[in-house]
Structures are given as structure tokens and as C-alpha cells.
Design a protein around this ligand. Structure first.
Ligand code: SAH
Length: 219
């Protein structure tokens, strides 16, 4: 997500410091003050999805990850306002890259990971940057609890096809897949992201898959 450099970006982020993770997490129970499920969104953009999910499911704790600080700033401010208004406290943010998550999140502590409209990186030379490339799946395997789930949504058919192949190669268990989420049996309760709303307003289909990480034979 590109955007103009925000004025006072650092100050604005500092004002939301209570919702920002800036050091490795020792335990989610300590971070949130309870033992509830933890869901992580990678590439949260401006935060509509994580705010919508946190409101819909106040019994789940959410950590949203975004590598562009000016984008995350908008998500942070949105979440702060929503959490203060509702009196809930189940969302935190981390500004950083998906490839650094093993340094921040304790191993096998996450129940669910969301990838929403990740950059498709269509050029062949950029395969390894796609967030569903097998190298990233190995990171998610380390973060997720045994039986944890990865949920993908994208408008990009190339990225979707690639992701399905990677999931299969990694031996993940398919829980669902659809190439038209909004007209499928999985549409109910779907929380839209910023990109999802833009693409579906233009008449584009949304692809989605949910896969479960089960123990590898050699583990
Ligand atoms: N999920 C949002 C934004 C999609 S755009 C939505 O659906 O509306 C993809 C977002 O992922 C961008 O904000 C981009 O900065 C972020 N992103 C891309 N690669 C990332 C990475 N490796 N680690 C963390 N965030 C990443």
C-alpha cells in the first residue's frame, strides 16, 4: 500500500503506544491479560478488517502486522478510537515485516493467521516475496499452534493459484476454498477489508481458502 508521507507520523504513532508492540512478546496471556485465542493479521493496511473482527468477536485477541508505518498509523488510530468507544481491549499492532515475526511472537502461540489481499508479486523473480511462498509457510508453521489455521482472501487469481499449490506442497489440510466468496456459503459473517470493498464494488470476484497446519511426518 503506497501513500504520501504522513505529517507528524511519529507523534501520532506515539499517541497510540498503548496499542503497539515494540518488543518481543513473552506471552500473549501477559500482553492481553487473558488466555483467549490469538489471531494475527499480516499486512493489515488501514485496519478495517482487524477492527471489524475485534468488534464482532471481542472474545478473541488480535495482533495486526503492517510493514509500512504511515499505513499502520491510520489503523492504530482507528483501532484506538473503536476500542476506547466500546470498552474492549483486544487489538494490538506490530510495525514490521512478516519475515521477522519469529523474533516477536512466541513459537506455537497463534490460533489463526489472516492474509488479506497480500501483494501479488506477479513476476517470476519475485516468487519468494509472496506471503504464501513456502518459506513464509514455514514461518507460519512456527507461529501457529498445532492444528492452527491460515485464512487467505485475494482478488488475484494468479496469487490464489500459486497459494493453493504451495499449500498442497506444504501438506496443509484444506478446510475450504472458493473463487467467489461473496456468493458462496461462506459469505455470511464475512468482514470486508478496504481492498475487498474496492474490488467487489468493481464487480471482481474474491477468492478465499482456509488451510490447517497439521504435524509433518518428520516432526
Ligand atoms: N489487508 C489490507 C491491505 C492490503 S495491501 C486490505 O485488504 O485492504 C497489502 C498490505 O500488506 C500493504 O499495506 C503492505 O504494506 C502490507 N505488506 C506487504 N508485505 C508485507 C510484509 N512482508 N510484512 C508486513 N506487511 C506487508
Amino acid at each position: 500500500m503506497r501513500m504520501r508521507k504522513k505529517k507528524n507520523g511519529e507523534k501520532r504513532i506515539a499517541a497510540c503506544a498503548a496499542y503497539l508492540v515494540s518488543e518481543p512478546i513473552t506471552s500473549f496471556a501477559e500482553l492481553f491479560g487473558n488466555e483467549r485465542e490469538v489471531h494475527v493479521e499480516i499486512g493489515c493496511g488501514k485496519g478495517n478488517f482487524v477492527c471489524g473482527m475485534a468488534e464482532k468477536d471481542p472474545e478473541v485477541n488480535f495482533l495486526a502486522v503492517e510493514k509500512v508505518s504511515d499505513v499502520c498509523c491510520i489503523a492504530l488510530e482507528k483501532a484506538k478510537a473503536a476500542l476506547e468507544a466500546s470498552g474492549t481491549d483486544n487489538v494490538r499492532f506490530y510495525i514490521g515485516d512478516a519475515n521477522s515475526l519469529c523474533d516477536i511472537i512466541p513459537p506455537h502461540s497463534v490460533d489463526c493467521i489472516y492474509l488479506n489481499f497480500s501483494d501479488p508479486w506477479p513476476k517470476k523473480g519475485h516468487t519468494k516475496r509472496r506471503l504464501t511462498y513456502r518459506g513464509f509457510l514455514e514461518i507460519y508453521r512456527k507461529l501457529l499452534k498445532e492444528g492452527g489455521v491460515l485464512k487467505l482472501k485475494t482478488d488475484n487469481v494468479g496469487l490464489f493459484d500459486f497459494s493453493l499449490e504451495e499449500f498442497e506442497a506444504e501438506g496443509l489440510e484444506f478446510l475450504m476454498q472458493t473463487r467467489d466468496l461473496h456468493h458462496s456459503e461462506y459469505a455470511e459473517g464475512n468482514v470486508m477489508t478496504e481492498y475487498e470493498k474496492n474490488f467487489s464494488d468493481k464487480g471482481m470476484n474474491i477468492c478465499s481458502a482456509h488451510v490447517r497446519f497439521i504435524k509433518k511426518e518428520n516432526e
